[in-house]
Design a protein around this ligand. Structure first.
Ligand code: ADP
Ligand code: ASP
Ligand code: MG
Length: 467
C-alpha cells in the first residue's frame, strides 16, 4: 500500500512540530508500507517563510533593499535555531545548505533591485526556496532517528508548462519521472521527502503550482504513483463548517464529496488548494485532511460519494476584496455577442472571473474578479467596446467597491425544498448585491459588501449548526 502525506507550513513550522511530523511519518509507514512525504516551507504563524521570501523580492523590485536583507537575516536565525534543536550529526551540513539557499535568495533580490523588475520566473526561483530549505531538515531528522529518508527536490519529479507562478502539470511526463526517481527509494524501504509547491518546466526551470500549491503537489504525486490514499496534514481538525478563525464554534465535517470540497476550496476555504481534488478524482484516490497537532481526531474524508451527514448545508466560505465589474447599457440588447466578447476580452488579458450574473433584460452583465486586476479588466473592456461606448449602446463599464463572495456548499441542498428561503431569511439584515447558484445545485454564492462578509458568514453558519 502507498500513502502520500503532505505536511503544511505549521506542521514543519518549529522543531517540535517537525518532531511530531517525523513521528507521524513513521507511524503511518508501519501501517501502509510505502509512504511518500510532501512538505511545505516552514510556516510558524504569523511568520510564513514563503511570505518572507516573496515579500523581500517584491520590495527589492520597488527599490527597497532593506526588507530582503532583514528577511534573510531572520530566516538564518529561525532556520539555524530549528536545526540546532533537532539535529546533531548532520547539523553543520544542513545549516550550511540552508545558508546557501538564503544566499541565493539575497543574490536574486539584489539583482532584482538593480534591474527594478521582478519576472514571474524569478518569483518562482525565490518562492520555492522555503520548501527547498525545510525538506532537507525533515529528511535529516528521520535519518538521525535511524531511518532511510531522502530529500528530493520536486523539480526532479513534477513536469509543468512554463506558466510561472501558476504552472499546470504534464501528468504523462511527471508519471515517468516520478516513478523512475521514487520507486527505487520505496523499493529499498526508504522514505522520500519531497518539496511541495515547486516543479520544473520541460527545460528544467523552476516553476510553482500557485500559492498554497503543496496540497496539489501531493495529489499529483498520489495520482502518478497510483497511491491508495492522499492525506493532507494541517493545523485544524479537517475541513470545518467555516474558517475557525472567523467563527469560534466551527465544527469539523466528517465526510465531504470531491464536488463539495472543490466548491469550498474554489470559493475561498484556504484549507485546500482548489486544484488538489482533480488528480484524486481521476485516480479514484480518497483524500483525508488531518490535524498534525491532534492526530487522533479522524479529520475529514473526501470521497466520490459521501453522506449528507450535516444536513443540507455543510459549510460556508468567503472570498474577500473582490471587485464586481458591470457592463451596462440600454442598447446592449441589440449588440450581438456582448457576453462572449466581454469574457473573451477578459480571458485574453489573463484575468480570472470568479462569478457571473446577467439580468434577464440583457441590460447588464456583471462579474467578480480580484481587486488587483480591476484596472486591466476595465482597460480590456473599454478597448473591446470602444465603438459601443461611443454610440452609447453601452453606457458604462465600471467597478463596484470591495465586495465578497459568500458561498454555502452542500450536495444535499439539491432536492431539499426551501433552502434559498432559509438562506435569504437568515440574511434579511444584509444587503445582497448579486446571487449565483451553481448548476450542480451544490453551492449558492451571494455577493455582499466586504463589510458584510463576516456577519453574513456568522448568520449562515448559525443555519448550519441549527439545521
Ligand atoms: P497549511 O500550511 O497546513 O497548508 P493553511 O494555512 O494553508 O495550512 O490552511 C489551513 C488553514 O485554513 C486553517 O488554519 C484555517 O484557518 C483555514 N481555513 C479556512 N477555511 C477553513 C475551513 N472551512 N476548514 C478548515 N480550515 C479552514
Ligand atoms: N509554501 C507555499 C505557499 O506558502 C505552498 C504551500 O504552503 O502550500 O504558498
Ligand atoms: Mg495550505
Amino acid at each position: 500500500m502507498t500513502l502520500v502525506m503532505k505536511f503544511g507550513g505549521t506542521s514543519v513550522g518549529s522543531a517540535s512540530a517537525m518532531r511530531s511530523t517525523a513521528e507521524l511519518i513513521l507511524t503511518y509507514r508501519e501501517q501502509f508500507g510505502n509512504v511518500v512525504v510532501i512538505a511545505s516551507g516552514m510556516g510558524t504563524k504569523p511568520i510564513k517563510v514563503t511570505d518572507l521570501l516573496l515579500g523581500g523580492a517584491n520590495a527589492a523590485a520597488d527599490g527597497d533593499t532593506d526588507t530582503y536583507r532583514q528577511n534573510g537575516a531572520l530566516l538564518r536565525d529561525i532556520n539555524a535555531a530549528t536545526i540546532r534543536e533537532l539535529l546533531t550529526t548532520e547539523q553543520k551540513a544542513i545549516i550550511a545548505e540552508n545558508d546557501a539557499m538564503i544566499g541565493r535568495f539575497e543574490n536574486i533580490c539584489q539583482a532584482v533591485s538593480y534591474l527594478g523588475e521582478l519576472s514571474p520566473r524569478a518569483l518562482d526561483a525565490v518562492g520555492g526556496l522555503g520548501e527547498q530549505m525545510s525538506v532537507p531538515i525533515v529528511a535529516a531528522l528521520l535519518r538521525e532517528m535511524g531511518h532511510d529518508a531522502e530529500a528530493i527536490d520536486a523539480t526532479e519529479l513534477i513536469v509543468t508548462d512554463s506558466h510561472h507562478t501558476n504552472a499546470a502539470p504534464d501528468f504523462a511526463a511527471t508519471q515517468t519521472k516520478a516513478a523512475a526517481r521514487l520507486r527505487p527509494i520505496l523499493d529499498r524501504g526508504g522514505i522520500p521527502i519531497v518539496t511541495g509547491f515547486i516543479a520544473a518546466d520541460a527545460d528544467g526551470v523552476t516553476t510553482t503550482l500557485g500559492r498554497g500549491g503543496s496540497d496539489y503537489s501531493a495529489s499529483i504525486i498520489g495520482q502518478v504513483l497510483g497511491a491508495d490514499e492522499v492525506w493532507i496534514w494541517t493545523d485544524v481538525d479537517g475541513v470545518m463548517t467555516t474558517d475557525p478563525r472567523i467563527v469560534d464554534n466551527a465544527q469539523s465535517i466528517p465526510t465531504l464529496t470531491f464536488r463539495e470540497v472543490s466548491e469550498l476550496a474554489y470559493y475561498g476555504a484556504k484549507v485546500l488548494h482548489p486544484k488538489t481534488m482533480r488528480p484524486c478524482v481521476e485516480g479514484n484516490i480518497p483524500l483525508r485532511i488531518k490535524n498534525t497537532f491532534n492526530p487522533d481526531h479522524p479529520g475529514t474524508v473526501i470521497m466520490e460519494h459521501a453522506a449528507a451527514s450535516h444536513g443540507a448545508i455543510k459549510a460556508v466560505t468567503a472570498i474577500r476584496d473582490l471587485r464586481l465589474i458591470t457592463v451596462e447599457g440600454k442598447g446592449m440588447m441589440g449588440v450581438p455577442g456582448v457576453a462572449a466578447r466581454t469574457f473573451s476580452a477578459v480571458a485574453d488579458a489573463d484575468i480570472n472571473v470568479l462569478l457571473i450574473t446577467q439580468a434577464s433584460s440583457e441590460q447588464s452583465i456583471c462579474f467578480a474578479t480580484s481587486a488587483g486586476t480591476t484596472e486591466s479588466t476595465l482597460n480590456a473592456l473599454e478597448t473591446e467596446f470602444v465603438d459601443e461606448l461611443k454610440n452609447r449602446d453601452i453606457d458604462r463599464i465600471w467597478a463596484m467597491n470591495p465586495v465578497s463572495i459568500v458561498t454555502i456548499v452542500g450536495a444535499g441542498m439539491r432536492g431539499t425544498a426551501g433552502i434559498s428561503g432559509r438562506v435569504f431569511t437568515a440574511l434579511h439584515s444584509i444587503n445582497i448585491i448579486a446571487i449565483a447558484q451553481g448548476s450542480s445545485e451544490c453551492s449558492i454564492s451571494i455577493v455582499v459588501d466586504d463589510h458584510d462578509a463576516s456577519p453574513a458568514i456568522k448568520l449562515l453558519h448559525d443555519l448550519i449548526v441549527t439545521q
